[in-house]
Design a protein around this ligand. Structure first.
Ligand code: ADP
Ligand code: ZN
Length: 210
């Protein structure tokens, strides 16, 4: 099963991805993580990506599509995968249809007013886990691996504002794109827990695999 995780920044795509990876053994492919690894490694792609990421803009389609296409050529994708952060506009979605077979698009729907706080309060670990400060009770390390938690460079109010604009302008139209393809599963993520969202996704997937 190959799925797309769609949702605004702060919707909780990464959190759901790590829960889904555990339950279904799906591979987690995050374009944001790939770019951040490149930035850390000081590669050419990293340098280019950083100039867009810092502004809350999308990295050019040509670069992003190539990265995903290459990643999907590796053998390990055969067990099924989740795309987190890709596609992010209609062009990328159309490209994806040329080199991948997607079964389902899980759209995590969150009220816009909740997003700013969720992102700016987010602390992440190098292992991929993320937390909200309000749930950490002063703890500064990852519950999963003990790593030091930090705030992503682009999780500041100014960049978040731009990222939300990018989302509503370019990414949200994908909801209709996948609805038309009959592949859309929308789940609601309000002020409830990640576990509640996870339950909705699992119920939807169970319907689908029937
Ligand atoms: P979030 O979902 O919280 O915004 P991501 O880690 O998915 O975080 O993405 C961080 C940044 O990486 C984005 O703001 C964008 O600049 C870049 N990026 C990630 N995925 C893509 C993509 N598919 N196309 C273009 N840029 C991307
Ligand atoms: Zn960790």
């Amino acid at each position: 099963m190959n799925i797309i995780l769609l949702g605004a920044p702060g919707a909780g795509k990464g959190t759901q991805a790590s829960m889904l990876a555990e339950k279904y053994g799906l591979l987690h492919i995050s374009t944001g993580d790939i770019f951040r690894a490149n930035i850390k490694g000081g590669t050419e792609i990293g340098k280019l990506a950083k100039s867009y990421i810092d502004k809350g803009l999308l990295v050019p389609d040509e670069v992003t599509c190539r990265i995903v296409k290459d990643r999907l050529m590796k053998d390990d994708v055969k067990r099924g995968y989740m795309l987190d952060g890709f596609p992010r506009n209609v062009f990328q979605a159309e490209e994806l249809d040329k080199f991948a077979k997607i079964d389902l698009c899980v759209n995590i729907d969150v009220e816009e007013r909740l997003l700013m706080d969720r992102i700016c309060g987010r602390r992440v670990c190098a292992c991929g886990e993320s937390y909200h400060v309000s749930a950490l009770n002063g703890r500064t390390t990852c519950a999963k691996c003990g790593g030091e938690l930090y705030r992503r460079d682009d999780d500041n109010p100014e960049t978040v504002k731009a990222r939300l604009e990018t989302y509503f302008g370019q990414t949200a139209p994908l909801i209709d794109f996948y609805k038309k393809q009959g592949k859309l599963l929308t789940v609601q993520s309000g002020e409830g827990s990640p576990e509640e969202v996870f339950k909705q996704i699992c119920a939807g997937l169970a319907e689908y695999v029937k």
